[in-house]
Unconditional design. Structure first.
Length: 133
């Protein structure tokens, strides 16, 4: 897997102990870089989380950015990650981008309300053809 700094949402972001947006926003240019473009979203965790709870990774998109944040973000997709995967670490998620993406995208990491998760650091971004890995 070849990583490109321009297509990264998070680089060892964390530890994630509360719901938070990714540190970076990705500019897709013309937008709608969905499945036909072969772009895949990936999220990995190292070190693994400790504790209990679940994580939902929301893929958010918007037409504009202001001050480094999306303006009026819309959630295009949401992916639930079970506690067992968080405790194991490694690859948590790989998925194709859905159609109808706007120009800018980011991730929003949402911990379950009763989560006691700690220690986990997330790395996430877009790559070509994640399914070959």
């Amino acid at each position: 897997m070849i990583l490109d700094n321009e297509t990264m949402f998070s680089k060892a972001q964390g530890p994630i102990t509360a719901s938070v947006a990714s540190t970076d926003v990705v500019d897709l240019g013309g937008g709608d870089a969905g499945p036909s473009e072969r772009l895949s979203l990936f999220v990995t965790c190292n070190p693994p989380f400790t504790g209990a709870g679940t994580l939902t990774v929301e893929l958010q998109t918007a037409d504009a950015v202001s001050g480094g944040a999306l303006t009026s973000p819309v959630t295009a997709a949401a992916y639930a990650v079970a506690n067992a995967a968080l405790l194991a670490g490694g690859k948590l998620l790989s998925a194709r981008l859905p159609h109808r993406m706007k120009r800018y995208v980011r991730l929003n990491y949402v911990l379950s309300t009763s989560a006691t998760l700690a220690a986990g650091k997330l790395t996430a971004g877009l790559v070509l053809d994640m399914y070959a890995v």
